[in-house]
Design a protein. Structure first.
Length: 346
């Protein structure tokens, strides 16, 4: 039986490297000599070829009409997320019957667990498969000076009064905000340049300067986990980029992020990480976090205001803190299930 690996159709010409990071987590469980058939997550129903083993973790689905998968796919369902916004289209009678064939179903979040359980499907909370990335990536950089700020969420208000406020902040803190703008402008997250990038950087600074010291903004490397698909030739190049980013997190002193597929891998590899929690997030995003959010050190924000900070003081370049260890039982169970699935002959 062949081995499969999930790949992803770009959306609006962009892709999220977090998807490829999730597939790298699955790839760990196959031998180094394995070759893979790439199978598009949102078109698994179209697969034709030899029978294939496929760890089917991740988000389902941007194309709910393309479910369930081909009968040629032998799946292991762990760490899946079904978004609240498409549950009615996705959980058809045919889909429910399909899931029941492959019980128990491991759910990445409690919302997905409740959703499947309500349909009579045997399901459990597994956490995310990226929690197993410690098998491949390990942080041992006690004296590292590298700090990464990865897609830091910030509230941007376009009202004139807020824009004037951002402009005032820019005037008062020009040096550090200019440094931030130089690092973020032109990315997928901030495609603007020039004065527009400065205003966006001012909004980011205004929100986070109460919990992050200026020297961190100045010295940190900013990373965006979204990329333009046109800049990558194929899925192999995207996997290389995912590995490159994980190697950076592996070398970090600490990481600040609002991306779960940055924060969860950091937990797995032992890199200290701070998660920026958006208390006023839309249901499209918030339904993904139930069960995961408590695993992190949190800075919680609502409408641009910091509500809480786990550290109780500003993050500095030499700050030292440790991660919680609540993820470890899920990590161990995920490793066990995946290894058992791969070792089975069918």
């Amino acid at each position: 039986m062949k081995n499969g690996l999930l790949v992803y159709t770009p959306l609006n010409g962009k892709f999220n490297i977090g998807d490829y990071i999730q597939s790298l987590a699955a790839k760990q469980f196959f031998s180094n000599s394995s070759t893979f058939l790439y199978i598009d997550r949102d078109h698994t129903n179209e697969y034709q070829g030899e029978s294939v083993k496929l760890i089917m973790n991740g988000w389902y689905s941007h194309e709910p009409q393309n479910w369930p998968p081909s009968v040629l796919i032998n799946p292991l369902f762990v760490a899946i997320h079904i978004n609240e916004t498409i549950k009615d289209q996705f959980l058809t009678e045919k889909s429910i019957a399909y899931f029941k064939r492959f019980e128990p179903i491991g759910c990445r979040d409690h919302n997905t667990l409740k959703m499947l359980s309500s349909k009579g499907i045997n399901a459990y909370f597994s956490g995310c498969l990226t929690l197993t990335l410690g098998l491949t990536y390990k942080n041992n950089q006690v004296n590292s000076k590298k700090i990464y700020i990865v897609d830091p969420f910030f509230y941007f208000n376009k009202r004139l009064s807020s824009l004037l406020n951002y402009a005032l902040t820019l005037t008062c803190h020009y040096k550090v905000i200019k440094e931030i703008a130089n690092k973020i402008e032109g990315s997928v997250a901030v495609p603007q340049t020039g004065w527009k990038a400065l205003i966006i950087a001012a909004a980011l600074y205004k929100q986070l300067h109460t919990v992050i010291e200026d020297d961190v903004f100045i010295n940190a490397e900013f990373i965006c986990q979204e990329f333009y698909s046109k800049d990558y030739r194929n899925d192999d190049d995207k996997f290389k980029k995912a590995d490159e980013i994980l190697r950076k997190y592996e070398q970090a002193r600490y990481v600040i992020t609002s991306r779960i597929h940055c924060a969860l891998p950091c937990l797995a590899m032992g890199t200290p990480v701070v998660f920026i929690n958006k208390a006023d997030d839309t249901v499209f995003s918030s339904c993904r976090f139930d069960g995961l959010i408590e695993l992190f050190n949190l800075i919680t924000i609502k409408k641009g205001k910091v509500l809480s900070n786990f550290l109780g003081k500003k993050l500095k370049c030499d700050s030292i803190f440790t991660n919680k260890e609540l993820h470890k039982p899920y990590q161990e169970e995920l490793i066990k299930r995946c290894r058992t699935f791969i070792s089975k002959s069918l």
